[in-house]
Design a protein around this ligand. Structure first.
Ligand code: HEM
Length: 484
């Protein structure tokens, strides 16, 4: 079709619109006619502009960039994008807060999401992490309870983004394994100054598998080139009022002016044989692996240098999922990770629709060949009569890819619903408090008191009992501040 020089308004059917100001009415004063199909199309589309917000991590900001390895990681993983230092793998990253809704402020105390989509030559790999290295719970079956307790109450919808409420602390105080996470969240890391200045962590334990089928446990760490910088609670509270989009704006404006947004990826590796030799369970996501025993191995760097052109298409419709892995990366038995592998794509099929992976932001940059067909909003124009495998009518295509040497492993045990044996809920929380500078200890205590002062006494007492088990001085200082 000939390209038009001038750009006229049209309906969605491509029909020219000659009047975009006035409804079609009987006489100049109305009423409006049902046959004003131009009005009906426009309004009906507007009525559907919002899609369900993410059930968590609703407020976010995104950027495009690339990732490059420093050296070939083939001894540990056959993941192709981790082999060639000369190769740049395109990435899309979305940073987010967790608890607040789509319109909430960026600087409230909350973990921050750090989700990276690698568009590799073997399909998309998502590393869906947070800015804190541990989590509140260790079994995914508790996640809906946790999120319910953190978000608005069912009767009042209060609060919209804050942890200073009974329901948050009620759940936390009855969940002793959350004590370690509390020492991270209530340090100033709970209020990062900028998405460019926070770390990222895979949190869960994954498995790397090399071309010989040999496996090793792996934990991921992102380090910002600019170092870690946080806001104190007073500044965070001020900014939530005067500039609720502070972190979103900072990321966008920095990239727009060609500023630096860069992170280094490192991993910690653990031999499978060493799994049961630790003082903690390495597959427990409320624990970190000590860096003196499991040193950080630098893997590569990620640069973010391109802003999205359209927020809805690229950021709102982005779908990250810990189940999106590529050959060379596998799941551990970590019970939090196992639940996550189901939850994300399930949420996205509801939030975005059955064919959400066909949206440009989610679509792999390599061909997708299979016999999945139809469904709402199908974009594929599949030709020919063959939509099944095995087939001979389409020359047997598409066919199974060569498998290589698989990782072979056996799992056995009794079928049970049971907590892990080695819980060790308080040791790392105490170690973390004792590792802080005097100022960081004071900030942790002050941040805790600032929240807990609004909380009912019996809940306060339970929180203090847990903090005391982590470190007596920490428990005592918070109790003193609360006049208990
Ligand atoms: C069992 C525990 C968890 C469950 C069931 C869960 C589930 C979910 C769901 C359903 C979403 C919304 C997905 C969407 O609509 O696109 C989400 C978003 C997210 N989750 Fe989790 N989550 C869990 C734990 C975690 C942990 C431990 C981390 C960090 C390591 C994490 C990081 C994220 C991030 C970064 C996002 C936002 C992704 C984006 O930017 O679109 N989640 N989670």
């Amino acid at each position: 079709m000939k390209e038009r020089k001038e750009k006229y308004l049209t309906t969605n059917q491509g029909v020219p619109i000659t009047d975009n100001q006035n409804s079609l009415t009987v006489g100049e004063r109305g009423p409006v006619l049902l046959q004003d199909v131009q009005f009906i199309e426009k309004m009906a589309h507007f009525d559907r502009e919002r899609i369900p917000e993410r059930v968590v991590h609703a407020k976010g900001a995104g950027a495009h960039g690339y990732f490059q390895v420093y050296k070939n990681m083939a001894p540990y993983t056959k993941a192709n994008f981790l082999h060639d230092p000369g190769k740049k793998t395109p990435v899309f990253v979305r940073f987010s807060t967790v608890t607040g809704g789509r319109g909430s402020a960026d600087t409230v105390r909350d973990p921050r999401g750090f989700a990276v989509k690698f568009y590799t030559e073997e399909g998309n790999y998502d590393l869906v992490g947070n800015n804190l290295p541990v989590f509140f719970i260790r079994d995914a079956i508790k996640f809906p309870d946790m999120v319910h307790a953190f978000k608005g109450a069912p009767d009042s919808n209060i609060p919209s983004a804050s942890s200073a409420h009974n329901r948050f602390w009620d759940f936390i105080s009855l969940t002793p394994e959350s004590t370690h996470m509390i020492t991270w969240l209530f340090s100033d890391r709970g209020t990062p100054e900028s998405y460019r200045m926070m770390e990222g962590f895979g949190v869960n334990t994954y498995v790397w598998v090399n071309a010989d089928g040999e496996a090793v446990y792996v934990k991921y760490h992102w380090k910002p080139k600019l170092g870690v910088h946080n806001l104190d609670r007073h500044e965070a509270t001020r900014l939530a009022g005067v500039d609720p989009d502070h972190l979103t704006r900072d990321l966008r404006e920095t990239i727009a002016r060609g500023g630096e947004v860069e992170y280094e990826l490192s991993v910690q590796l653990m031999e499978m044989a060493d799994e049961l030799k630790q003082m903690f369970d390495p597959l427990d996501s409320t624990k970190t692996w000590p860096e003196d025993k499991f040193p950080l191995i630098p893997v590569g760097r990620m640069v973010l240098d391109c802003n999205p052109e359209n927020f809805f298409a690229e950021v709102e419709q982005a779908a990250f999922c810990p189940a999106s892995i590529v050959p060379g990366i596998d799941f551990s038995a970590d019970k939090l990770l196992q639940g996550r592998t189901f939850s994300y794509a399930d949420a996205q099929r509801y939030r975005l629709g059955a064919n959400y992976l066909q949206l440009p932001i989610n679509c792999p940059k390599v061909p997708v060949n299979n016999n999945q067909r139809d469904g709402a909003m199908q974009l594929g124009l599949f030709s020919g009569p063959v939509n099944y495998e095995p087939n001979s009518l389409a020359g047997g295509m598409p066919k199974e890819a060569p498998a290589g040497t698989p990782r072979v492993y056996t799992i056995e045990g009794e079928v049970t619903r049971r907590k892990i044996g080695l819980t060790n809920d308080f040791e790392q929380a105490g170690e973390r408090y004792r590792s802080f500078s005097k100022m960081d200890q004071e900030h942790l205590v002050d941040n805790l008191i600032a929240d807990l002062m609004y909380i009912d006494k019996p809940i306060q007492k339970r929180v203090i009992a847990n903090l005391t088990k982590a470190d007596t001085e920490l428990g005592r200082s918070v109790a003193k501040g609360l006049k208990l």
